[in-house]
Write a new protein. Structure first.
Length: 241
């Protein structure tokens, strides 16, 4: 399998073509389907910017029917189960979403996948765009550490020794929700060694690939949007040891 590249295509379709048990670590943050969860089908197209607490990813509008979205995510997680090595790890970033005065937890679909829940990490963002007088401002996101079996853990390499990671959001990139480099890098350090392979099936701005390259791991990305691939390849290509 050729590594250190980004494949342009639909995540689930590409994952099904990848070999069994060849990835040591997955770090990813899928679209949250915030518009679809709220029943919004009329969001503007292609603006690529935050609109309050809504996100538009270029041509992808984050507005699937919620039942279909959850089935899609379960299928993604099941493919990742197949692809990771027996002692591999998956770090799956999602969040609690709200609609109609009720909160919904990602566990609703995560626990329907083949993966085992190993630990929950709290990403303390210290802020966020969602302000509502009826509930407390959400300033955290969740990182679900999911595994096939007991994973490799290299805790001495980790920059964080507790399950709460205080990391500011990434800024200065033309992507609506870029992964902070420090967050991705710590997931990789915690569970891999040099030369291991890291996969991100929703590559976006390329933070997973850049983090992997910086700490001498191989990477493989999947991304639907050619503009984001160009951005990611430029970021990764600009890094020199």
């Amino acid at each position: 399998m050729e590594l250190n590249k980004i494949i342009c295509g639909d995540s689930l379709t590409v994952l099904k073509t990848l070999p069994d048990e060849f990835v040591d670590c997955v770090v990813t943050s899928p679209p949250y389907n915030k518009n679809g969860f709220r029943g919004r089908k009329d969001c503007s197209r292609g603006n690529g910017r935050w609109q309050g607490s809504d996100i538009s990813y270029g041509e992808y509008q984050d507005n699937m029917d919620e039942e279909n979205y959850q089935e899609w995510q379960i299928s993604i997680l099941d493919e990742l189960y197949r692809i990771i090595k027996p002692k591999g790890s998956i770090f799956y970033n999602h969040k609690i979403r709200r609609a109609n005065h009720e909160a919904s937890h990602p566990f609703k679909w995560i626990m329907k996948s083949k993966l085992h829940f190993y630990q929950q990490i709290i990403w303390d963002r210290s802020g966020g765009p969602d302000h509502n007088v009826n509930y407390l401002d959400p300033t955290t996101e969740l990182i679900f550490w999911l595994v096939k079996n007991v994973p490799n853990v290299y805790k001495k390499q980790s920059k964080f020794l507790t399950e709460i990671w205080k990391i500011n959001p990434a800024v200065g990139l033309s992507h609506p929700a870029p992964f902070p480099l420090a967050l991705v890098k710590n997931c990789i350090l915690l569970t891999t060694k040099e030369g291991d392979t890291v996969l991100d099936p929703f590559m976006g701005s390329g933070s997973s690939g850049l983090a992997a390259k910086e700490i001498r791991r191989n990477y493989l990305g999947i991304e639907l949007n050619p503009e984001y691939i160009e951005m990611a390849e430029r970021r990764i290509g600009n890094f020199l040891w």
